[in-house]
Design a protein around this ligand. Structure first.
Ligand code: B12
Length: 136
């Protein structure tokens, strides 16, 4: 497994600060980050992953519409030939403060391998990615 990851903020979401923090943290941790930035469509993530042969796609959504924006991403990845790519999602994935268990469950049903509650530190994602890519 290589250490290339695609990072970005999905949909019409312009929250840019967390994206920069994540880019810095994952780069410092030794990953090669391909950052598609804010306002990125599912296709932007997928095209970047195909072009770079990335091992994982890390999606952020901060503005509350994550569920709509993320739905169908796993299926589109499979159609594009990205069969085993890891999909992580984090940020403020849903509107307001909802009970976390059911939210995580819905994103897992959508095909996400890891789903992070609001305020999760980048380090937690880094630890999981190392584990999932068998780098440790
Ligand atoms: C700054 C800000 C804005 C700025 C953004 C400027 C910019 N270009 O960045 C402006 C004013 C434009 C804005 C607009 C809006 N905002 Co705003 N905004 C914020 C605010 C105050 C801070 C966001 C921030 O920079 N945080 C700092 C960074 C470091 O933290 P972070 O983004 O959470 O990211 C970290 C973690 O979440 C985690 N993480 C994120 N993704 C992932 C992914 C993985 C895989 C992992 C492991 C971890 C991870 O790691 C990141 C780094 O530490 C938050 C409130 C808050 N205190 O968080 C509201 C907030 C995000 N905004 C909110 C809303 C609703 C909006 C608007 C819809 C408001 C409106 N009605 O217009 C618009 C949406 C505009 C758009 N199209 O995106 C809500 C979202 C609520 C929800 N999800 O239910 C929040 C939470 C405010 C609130 N309490 O209601 N916003």
């Amino acid at each position: 497994m290589n250490k290339k990851i695609v990072l970005g903020v999905i949909g019409a979401d312009c929250h840019a600060v967390g994206n920069k923090v994540l880019d810095h943290a994952f780069t410092e941790a030794g990953f090669e980050v391909i950052n598609v930035g804010v306002l990125s469509s599912q296709e932007d993530f997928i095209n970047a992953a195909i072009e770079t042969n990335a091992s994982a796609i890390l999606v952020s959504s901060l503005y509350g519409h994550g569920e709509i924006d993320c739905r169908g991403l796993r299926e589109k990845c499979e159609e594009a030939g990205l069969k085993d790519i890891l999909l992580y999602a984090g940020g403020n994935l849903v509107v307001g403060k909802q009970e976390w268990g059911p939210v995580e469950e819905r994103f897992k049903e959508m095909g996400f391998d890891r789903v992070y509650a609001p305020g999760t530190s980048p380090q937690e994602g880094i630890n999981h990615l190392r584990e999932d890519l068998k780098l440790i």
